[in-house]
Write a protein that binds this ligand. Structure first.
Ligand SMILES: *Cc1c(COP(=O)(O)O)cnc(C)c1O
Length: 345
């Protein structure tokens, strides 16, 4: 099977399993698991921040960040297609009591000017109490639903600077920040520079079994630890999984370039197939979104699956394909042959 549904389907390699088996562990709630502590130190350093907090999922990491930065009743600015909105089950509303307000976007990115425009100008004639306070701006890099789109460093810096000028906090959902760094040639700590907190995933393209880290300023991470426990994230002998994450960060970051090359190869090949609509110029990292024009996405995906290729239908005619560490360039060529037959049948 060639599994292109997601980069979350990646399974631990043999070497990673050996690192997991050998992990020294403690108790994460006592914060004395040596492997968790080592992972937290390492990731904080990579991102150029004071501290990091290991958590079971990226969703928990984002939602703890929102809870840490806000008070119930606040407004959080984000892209409408942000993961925190469309895939986190209403958690901003349910767990933090905040309202999301959406900024206009181009491929998942927005501008400093749109942040400024979202802040209400309160006329002197009206009480401030009639205007809900905006307290946080969230970016997502790479942007998942926008096709793994990458923010440039100037775009990020401009948004963060504007936010801070306006007295807002900044959070980045960097589930795939590793991909953004490889694709843009700008180190993670530079991309993270303007952000008070950043969430990074180990369980996507890096291939660890699970886990994310919330990284940021010391006072924020200290406060975040309280909400990690509140949200049920104290995961005891977490060092087993942290060992997989450490292995992934140390050994699988650079190889993300292979995933990006394979995604570009896939997009270029798809563009040659009649009945497939794709714009290869939008493929910046490991994701390819394309349309099947002659039949609906679901039966198309079923035909591909029957031939050994798993794809993810994401719309009536839309398909997502994500390259990952189990997929080679030869697999991409096989996948293209399967797609060609499936859309013609
Ligand atoms: C996967 C993902 C998350 C959440 O990670 P989980 O570990 O699946 O909860 C957050 N943001 C983005 C952009 C993601 O792709």
């Amino acid at each position: 099977m060639i599994d292109l549904r997601s980069d979350t389907v990646t399974r631990p390699t043999d070497a990673m399993r050996r690192a997991i088996a050998a992990a020294e562990v403690g108790d994460d709630v006592y914060h004395d698991d040596p492997t968790v502590l080592e992972l937290e130190r390492h990731v904080a350093e990579l991102l150029g921040k004071d501290d990091a907090m290991y958590v079971p999922t990226g969703t928990m990491s984002n939602q703890v960040a929102l809870r840490t930065h806000t008070q119930p009743g606040d407004v959080v600015l984000a892209a409408e297609q942000a993961h925190i909105h469309i895939h986190e089950m209403g958690a901003p509303y349910a767990l933090s009591g905040v309202t999301l307000q959406f900024l206009p976007t181009v491929r998942g990115t927005f501008t400093a000017e749109s942040v400024r425009a979202a802040i209400p100008e309160i006329p002197t004639s009206m009480p401030a109490a009639l205007f809900q306070p905006v307290s946080l701006v969230c970016t997502e890099n790479t942007h998942n639903v926008a096709g793994g789109a990458v923010w440039t460093r100037p775009q990020l810096d401009a948004v963060a600077e504007m936010a801070h000028d306006l007295g807002l906090a900044t959070h980045m959902d960097g589930a795939r920040l590793w991909n953004a760094a490889v694709a843009s040639g700008v180190a993670e700590h530079e991309l993270a520079a303007g952000f008070d907190t950043v969430s990074v995933c180990f369980s996507k393209g890096l291939g660890a079994p699970l886990g994310s880290a919330l990284v940021g300023r010391q006072d924020l991470i200290d406060r975040a630890r309280r909400f990690k426990q509140m949200f049920g994230g104290g995961f005891r002998q977490a060092g087993m999984m942290a060992a997989g994450a450490l292995f992934a960060v140390r050994h699988h970051r650079d190889r993300l370039a292979e995933d990006h090359a394979n995604a570009a190869r896939l997009a270029a090949g798809l563009a040659e197939i009649p009945g497939i609509a794709v714009d290869p110029s939008t493929v910046a990292t490991n994701m390819v979104y394309f349309d099947v024009t002659r039949l609906p996405a679901s039966p198309f995906a079923e035909r591909c699956a029957a031939e050994g290729l798993l794809l993810l239908p994401t719309g009536p005619h839309q398909i997502r394909a994500v390259t990952n560490l189990h997929v080679s360039a030869a697999d991409i060529d096989r996948a293209l042959a399967i797609v060609e037959r499936a859309q013609a049948a």
